[in-house]
Design a protein around this ligand. Structure first.
Ligand code: ASP
Length: 764
């Protein structure tokens, strides 16, 4: 047995007990020969005291200890000397007087001190095992465990069944970019990793599971951000015969259980609700942070007749004039004003108008355009006080709201309105609980993508239109159709979203049609779902919550990487991992080779492929890839129509060495089976010299022409053979150049060539 107790459990009542502890040396202190060691394990710290007068041998051994060495200590529990107790430590009344010390393992030089907060994230991630050993992260991982357990317990109590859905799945056209996994059985084909178990959970509803949940891994090949990782975890829920109210209730109950377990905090249910329209109108965002007010105020009425062109034009064009009042922000610096102007421009405004109220005066170049009546109306509508700063937005509704929404958040940061909740302990009550939960409902069903010139689903293609808006959908008034979709927002962070799904095959088909998915693609890509909907699909709906973001907020962290065992933080990490995988593919026999365009007839190529038929089970497949040769297309050198250029061949085998061997053997065969005319291709380098000569000839000709004003006579000056070959040379040298250029692009990059390039924002 390594230990009898953990490092956080011994108290006064244990004094005199014989104990054994094991853990890491947190700190060592040498007080005039007496060595104090704080021994740490995941539960806490216990002090060990080595006194030379009690055990000289042990004290000597303890002298060699350094931070993060792993040790085991046996001894008895003693009271600390009066006055040396540490009230900040749970074990602060006692210490261990050791009788035995075992050094289980030594630690080398540390990448950074364990109690430091290194800013170098790469360093942290390189030594992630060490980073996670820090108490803060150990605590975060346990908070995550508590949250996951509370989730399972609660959903189980409500009759939800946890079902695992497949990881190797099919790529579908909607959504973010997929991660692909090469298939060994069918080389050159790829599985996709699921971006979410959306279709699987819907199929489970058709299967009659009725109440499903899963703590599911999802994969989206998206850029890294503080709250986004390529692989992340969702609490995924789906239920049959439900309305949005049912989903709201189960989600609220589950969150209440999670917060109770993780923070010992009772959250207030039911949560407030805002429609998408209201949220954007009042906060300039579909995930409003309502912990501070600074709402967007509509000023259309006040400025309808304004002589200030910018406002008047926006209103005349059917747009809006809106403003936010940043209380006490009149002291805005030039740097801050510049930054806010940049933000406004980034989100589509032409500039940023603002008024500072200082010493009773309204300071801004735009004030001179306001009448007294307008000023008075503005004053009362925005409740303007001394020291305030008003920011305006005048544009189309969406743009003005979006710009002011962004400014609102940045100004709040500048004014430090949100504070920074520090990391917390598991089970610790929130000190100033500002958990603002909010449902945002009635999202638009579609959003227009100018780049793709088509409608995309705002949530995903399986979301149903609101019953009231079905006629608008039929009438193809797409911008006005609202979805039966909802998001859940916590403190301005979207922690989840879901919808009621389409369960009628005809409606689903119409939806695909609206999204521009052709009838063939509907069948190949979504045929399984459409068939399932034809087989008695019940009405159903659900939601998915991001577990990482939720735990990040519960733990008071700023990045999801602080609450997960993240591996990918930078482009280098991804490259490193991808290289590593690249090598593994090679070992799996995923090898590709290029040759520079040997010309073969189809007949010989077919013969070559017989290579494939050898009865060696270690070879999975051999594949030749052809490209019609340029020469035969041009027709000016008469090759057989059947002439092809082999541009690459690939050998798949689970034995890398064998794959290499076969590949080079195949190369020999390719070369050996060249038809007689392939020498032209093969011997192309021989034409470089004549081609250069030809160019030189042309240069000399022109030079002579400019000098003498006459073209030199070909008849007299050029040798007969040269005159004959001249056109052929030109042609061959051109082909050769083209070939060299193309050859570059022949270098195979299999994964890249096969990764679908999609960047639509909708989720599936
Ligand atoms: N599958 C959706 C998502 O990942 C959520 C849902 O509609 O349930 O966002």
């Amino acid at each position: 047995m390594y230990r009898t107790h953990d490092c956080n459990s011994l108290r006064k009542s244990d004094i005199g007990k014989q104990v054994a502890l094991a853990g890491w040396v947190n700190v060592t202190r040498d007080h005039g020969g007496v060595i104090f060691i704080d021994l740490r394990d995941r539960e806490g710290l216990t002090q060990i005291v080595f006194r030379p007068e009690e055990n000289a041998q042990l004290a000597k051994q303890a002298h060699t200890l350094r931070s993060e060495d792993v040790i085991q200590v046996s001894g008895h529990v003693a009271a600390r000397l009066p006055g040396t107790e540490n009230p900040n430590l749970a074990t602060g009344d006692i210490e261990i007087i050791p009788s035995e010390l075992k050094i289980l393992n030594r630690a080398d030089d540390l990448p950074f001190p364990i109690d430091a907060e290194p800013h170098n994230e790469d360093l942290r991630m390189t030594h992630r095992y060490y980073d996670l050993r820090r108490p803060r992260f150990a605590r975060n991982l346990r908070l995550r465990h508590i949250a996951a357990k509370a989730t399972r317990d609660y959903l189980d109590s409500q009759g939800y069944v946890e079902v695992e859905t497949p990881i190797l799945s099919k790529s579908t056209p909607e959504g973010a970019r997929d991660f692909l996994v090469p298939s060994r059985i069918t080389p050159g084909k790829f599985y996709a990793l699921p971006q979410a178990p959306q279709q699987y959970k819907q199929l489970l509803m058709v299967a009659g599971v009725e109440k499903y949940f899963q703590i599911a891994k999802c994969f989206r090949d998206e850029d890294l951000r503080a709250d986004r990782q390529p692989e992340f975890t969702q609490i995924d829920i789906e239920a049959s015969f439900v309305t949005p109210e049912d989903i709201f209730a189960v989600t609220e109950g589950m969150l209440a259980a999670i917060f109770k377990a993780a923070r010992n905090f009772e959250i207030k249910v039911p949560f407030d609700r805002l429609t998408y329209r209201e949220a954007v109108d009042r906060y300039g965002s579909d995930k409003p942070d309502r912990r501070f007010a600074m709402e967007l105020v509509d000023l259309g009425e006040i400025f309808r007749e304004s002589s200030f062109k910018v406002f008047r034009n926006a209103l005349d064009a059917g747009g809006v004039v809106k403003a936010i009042n940043a209380n006490g922000f009149a002291g805005i610096t030039i740097g801050q004003a510049d930054e806010l102007t940049e933000i406004a421009k980034l989100y589509g405004a032409k500039g940023l108008a603002f008024i500072k109220i200082e010493n009773g005066e309204w300071k801004s170049p735009i004030v001179k355009f306001f009448t007294d009546a307008e000023k008075a109306a503005l004053q009362s509508k925005l409740n303007i006080q001394e020291g305030d700063c008003i920011f305006f937005g005048a544009d189309k509704w969406e743009t003005a709201c979006k710009v002011l929404g962004r400014l609102r958040l940045r100004v709040a940061e500048m004014q430090d309105l949100l504070g920074r909740a520090g990391p917390v302990r598991a089970g610790q009550a929130s000190s100033a609980p500002e958990w603002d939960f909010l449902w945002v409902t009635d999202f638009p069903l579609f959003e227009w993508s100018p780049e793709e010139n088509k409608w995309n689903a705002m949530h995903h293609p399986f979301t149903r239109p609101k019953a009231e808006d079905m006629t608008l959908f039929e009438e193809k008034k797409f911008p006005e159709v609202r979805a039966e979709a909802y998001d859940i927002v916590l403190n301005g962070v979207e922690i989840g979203g879901g919808s009621m799904r389409i369960y009628e095959p005809e409606l689903q088909d119409k939806m695909f049609e609206t999204l521009g998915i052709s009838p063939e693609n509907r069948q190949t890509q979504f045929g399984h779902l459409l068939r399932a909907l034809h087989l008695g699909a019940p009405p159903h709906g659900g939601i998915a919550l991001g577990l990482d973001r939720l735990v990040m907020l519960i733990a008071g962290e700023q990045s999801i990487r602080d609450v997960m065992h993240a591996l990918l933080v930078s482009r280098e990490d991804i490259e490193g991992l991808a290289n590593f995988l690249g090598q593994r593919y090679e070992l799996l026999g995923f090898s590709a080779h290029c040759i520079d365009g040997s010309t073969l007839t189809t007949k010989t190529a077919k013969e070559l492929l017989d290579f494939d038929n050898r009865n060696d089970r270690r070879i999975d497949e051999i594949r030749l890839e052809f490209q019609q040769t340029d020469f035969s297309e041009r027709g000016d050198i008469e090759f057989s129509d059947e002439a092809f250029r082999v541009c690459s061949w690939t050998v798949w085998s689970n034995d890398d060495g064998l794959a290499q061997q076969i590949a080079s053997e195949l190369g020999k065969r390719v070369r050996a089976s060249r038809p007689w005319y392939s020498w032209i291709t093969w011997a192309r380098p021989m034409f470089i010299f004549p081609a250069l000569l030809m160019l030189l000839g042309v240069a000399i000709t022109w030079h002579d022409f400019f000098k003498t004003g006459r073209l030199p006579s070909m008849e007299r000056k050029t040798p007969r053979l040269w005159r004959r070959l001249h056109p052929t040379y030109s042609h061959i040298s051109c082909s050769w150049c083209v070939h060299i250029l193309r050859r570059k692009s022949l270098e195979l990059d299999v994964p890249q060539a096969l990764v679908p390039d999609r960047s639509s924002k909708t989720r599936v």
